[in-house]
Design a protein around this ligand. Sequence first.
Ligand code: NAD
Length: 284
Amino acid sequence: MKTYSFDDLKNKVCVITGGGGVIGKALVKGIATTGAKIAILDLFKDLADKAATEICAEVTGATVIGVEANVLEKESLLKAKAEVNERLGSIDILINCAGGNSPKATTQVEMMEKADLANLEKTFFGLQLEGFQKVFDLNFLGTVLPTIVFATDMIEREKGVILNISSMNAFRPLTKIPAYSAAKASINNLTEWLAVHLAKMNIRVNAIAPGFFLTTQNKFLLIDENTGEFTPRGQKVMNGTPMGRFGDPEELCGTVLYLLSDLSAFVTGVVIPIDGGFNAYSGV
Ligand code: NAD
């Protein structure tokens, strides 16, 4: 009888962009427990190195290295790929984790009202195109470009796995963040498109859509730093999450390991919400 495990990930070479961030680090820690060899790529080399050192100290026998790379510059990615190939070998797995929002693409009000006509700055009409550009570049092109660079190892061997990071915003846009929502929706679409394009090359392309996880980027929006209570937005998130709590980044690992391993060998083009039921709940 066949027994099931994540053993096929042992010694696989995995690249994760934005791996020095909160979610990236949690994923690397989980993946390192399988014996996969991981390169943490980050715009900030010190973040990547610090994460690698921490995880190697925590996970017995882990092979994790830090590499500097900008997901928006092809030259920088090619340099990083050469380093990963030399130090770890040919790349089997790519996780496109670099991403985020910009205040320049965030409205101050949730829904525009007549009173806002006097102060359009607070609405969609006050947003700067530069903010939209930045958010689309980082989330969309920042997924396209590393895929072009790192998946070349996979097409040569006709095997590989790509995992993109979407968001709840991709299914239904959250108020205030139109660029981030649309950029993450583009990740869902790209995931499906690439899954089809690469299916006959035996390269699977999937995504996870995390719900609400308390991280440095969003904590100030969800928790009042003076009282420690939920902000009105934080309370709305809680009301919309049937499980009644925020997620812990570590809780992403089970789904990620499943999508990376051969356990999901016939799964491609899916976006799996990890959200305590947020996406399923109508609010009533
Ligand atoms: P984070 O800000 O902690 O981590 C992002 C990392 O990406 C940082 O280490 C940063 O240095 C790096 N980075 C930024 N620009 C880069 C570039 N040009 N090249 C290379 N690296 C770059 O964010 P996070 O909360 O860990 O989010 C990780 C991913 O998860 C993002 O795609 C984000 O959109 C997505 N996500 C986060 C949440 C959440 O609740 N935090 C929810 C859904 C989706």
